[in-house]
Design a protein around this ligand. Structure first.
Ligand code: FAD
Length: 607
């Protein structure tokens, strides 16, 4: 690895150049009076480009994200003798979803597991829009990955935290870690036309502490940046904002699975109290779980509130306060306690209203189904339509699960199994590639766009724009109980924010710069979710359309694909699943699909 510290001044870019390039004049910075008090404000922390420095790293493999997928990808590539650099916007082991997970699914015929039974359970829970090849891969490799995490020490008694042991493993393996550095942009090789349509050759971002730009040039890049929500209060993945999907989409990758919706619930009276349902998970060790198919985890609680049909309510069957949902905690866990940094007596912290009232969906608003949204793979090793870019884990739409989350523990296991195949495949690819280079001009233009919110002398704060986005996306009747007019209304707000507010986001420090990029990425995710939801004119699994309340197997045994077209617009298409994976159409509809949507049988004339 070759690390250079270069001054941004070496790009020759001055503040005057920046203003000229972006077509912004001083007059444009004057605050319109009608906007004062609307979130629009002068930026007290405005900085100039020359205030930032730049670090450049040259490596073989860049891994973006240090959760379970990124760790396995990095270690696997390293074991093949390559230089591996892993960049995480948080601290590895304390960021993303992995530290919260405590069940790991292992398929083991010696324990009496029946492969056909598992496959059949996954197919029906997924409602037939899952990918059986990726399921096979997970079933084949789950025992090996369990043995790995055991050998790495994650399962030892009294470990500080399994995810911190994961970090130790990365360091011991010789993986270069760059932490608290947010990557914002995938870098692409400049082709003969200089239009940047070549392979991915790394990524660029900035240090959240020093605000220095960071350029990582790599022969292959593995996206393991996880999933994303809209920073829902109380749900513990505020750091996940669909950055990987957004970076990949902007680089030309196909994204899929955006219409599927996470089912986690919270109290209808005090939405933020969902924290109580997760706090115990941080402290518990990882346990092996048998397959527990989750076909019951549909949208019933939202339906209950929506339809007033209390027979659907989850107040009795919902999660217990202070712990994960029933059946989710493996035997032999350590006692739950407060998260690190919080004082407590070993009991989960209580919040007002934690278990009172109806449960409503939306705890993780914006999140999709693990392993069923993200970058669309073109190979079983996580390569995609953009050369040089691989993906694994929650950021890879392997479709191991389909329209619903299918098995407890599947997420963590599949992040591990997919991480290994992506790491090995990216390493083989990198071995064929020469070290990439990128012109100073290209780096300067990416850097200019990245730091633009720090340059603006006035504009909208990311917190304000995020809050407006949340107002549009959080209500359960947008993403959980969908309907065309409501989806279009939300889309109108989201596209306005993206087109009008994103170019005017300000950041007074590096923390706000991170929020600005997260806001932009969440808005892109919101647009993807709304467009995919509008496009799929049926109901299936966690996708419930009030105006199309039944499955439509003739039209929709298919995946919805999103890609940026040549005009920069989001194209939406579909791809049929292979015929051999379709359900037996001779089985009557009511038997083919056991979960009922409100209004479904009436709509089909079967009531
Ligand atoms: C509360 C909760 C409980 C869960 N319980 C279970 C369970 O018991 N069993 C199970 O199987 N699954 C569970 N899951 C799901 C499981 O945790 C995830 O599917 C899995 O951990 C995903 O791993 P990953 O490596 O793909 O992503 P993550 O672990 O989310 O890692 C992504 C990493 O990417 C980094 N990153 C993101 N954006 C950037 C960027 N722009 N630049 C640099 N770095 C970036 C993040 O900081 C993070 O460290 C749970 C999830 C949650 C939220």
């Amino acid at each position: 690895m070759n690390t250079n510290l270069k001054s941004t001044l070496s790009t020759g870019l001055t503040r005057r150049d920046f203003l000229r390039m972006t077509g912004v004049t001083a007059a444009a910075f004057a605050m319109p009076s009608f906007l004062s008090g609307s979130g629009y404000a002068a930026n007290p922390g405005v900085t100039s480009m020359s205030a930032t420095a730049q670090n450049q790293v040259n490596t073989d493999i860049l891994v973006i994200g240090g959760g379970m997928a990124g760790a396995f990808a990095a270690v696997s590539a390293k074991e093949m003798g390559l230089n591996v650099t892993l960049v995480d916007k948080g601290t590895v082991g304390r960021s993303g979803a992995t530290p919260w997970a405590n069940t790991f699914s292992v398929f083991d015929e010696a324990l009496g597991h029946d492969r056909d039974e598992w496959i059949s359970g996954v197919r029906s829970s997924s409602e037939y829009v899952n990918n059986l090849d990726w399921l096979d891969q997970m079933l084949d490799a789950s025992q090996d990955r369990w043995d790995d995490i055991n050998a790495w020490g994650l399962l030892d008694e009294d470990v500080r935290h399994p995810s911190l042991v994961l970090r130790d493993k990365l360091v011991d393996s010789g993986v270069e870690l760059i932490e608290r550095t947010m990557l914002t942009t995938l870098l692409k090789e400049e082709d003969g036309n200089g239009d940047g349509n070549g392979r991915v050759i790394g990524a660029m971002g900035f240090s959240i502490d020093s605000e220095e730009a960071v350029v990582v040039l790599a022969k292959a890049t593995i996206m393991c940046a996880g999933a994303g929500s809209f920073k829902a209060p109380g749900f513990p993945i505020q750091s996940l904002t669909s950055d990987g999907d957004a970076m990949a989409y902007r680089a030309g990758a196909i994204i899929t699975g955006k219409e599927w919706i996470d089912f986690h619930w919270t109290s209808a009276e005090t939405p933020a109290s969902c924290w109580n349902q997760w706090s115990g998970m941080w402290d518990s060790g990882i346990g092996k779980t048998d397959s527990v198919f989750t076909s019951g985890m549909t949208l019933d609680s939202a339906f209950a509130i929506h339809t007033g049909d209390t027979s659907l309510a989850m107040t009795g069957g919902g999660p217990e306060a202070g712990g994960p949902p029933e059946g989710d905690m493996p035997e032999g866990d350590r006692p739950s306690g407060p998260p690190p940094g919080e004082e407590g007596d070993g009991e989960a912290p209580s919040r007002p209203g934690q278990s009172s009232g109806e449960q409503v969906l939306g705890a993780a608003t914006g999140l999709g189904i693990h392993k069923a949204e993200g970058i669309w793979p073109t190979t079983m090793q996580g390569a995609c339509n953009v050369p040089g870019l691989f993906a694994a884990g929650d950021g890879l739409a392997s479709m191991l699960c389909g329209s619903s989350y299918v098995g407890l523990g599947f997420s963590l296991t599949a992040s591990a199994t997919q991480g290994v195949t992506a790491g090995q495949s990216a390493a083989e690819y990198a071995q064929q590639m020469a070290a990439p280079t990128l012109s100073d001009d290209k780096i300067a233009s990416v850097q200019t766009a990245m730091f633009a919110p720090r340059e603006r002398e006035s504009g909208f704060s990311p917190a304000w724009v995020t809050q407006v986005m949340q107002n549009a996306m959080f209500p359960y009747f947008v993403l959980f109980v969908k309907q065309q007019d409501r989806l279009e209304a939300a889309l109108s707000t989201i596209t306005f924010l993206r087109e009008t507010m994103v170019p005017r986001l300000t950041a007074k420090d590096a923390h706000e710069l991170r929020l600005a990029h997260e806001t932009e990425n969440m808005l892109l995710n919101a647009e993807m979710k709304l467009r995919a939801s509008l496009f799929r004119t049926e109901s299936r699994g966690t996708h419930y359309r009030e105006d199309y309340p039944a499955r439509d197997d003739d039209a929709w045994l298919a995946w919805v694909l999103l890609q940026m077209d040549e005009n920069g617009q989001m194209s939406v298409t579909k791809e049929a699943i292979p015929d051999e994976w379709k359900p037996d159409m001779s089985v009557p509809y009511e038997e083919r699909y056991l979960n009922r949507f409100p209004g479904e049988l009436e709509y089909l004339g079967l009531a």
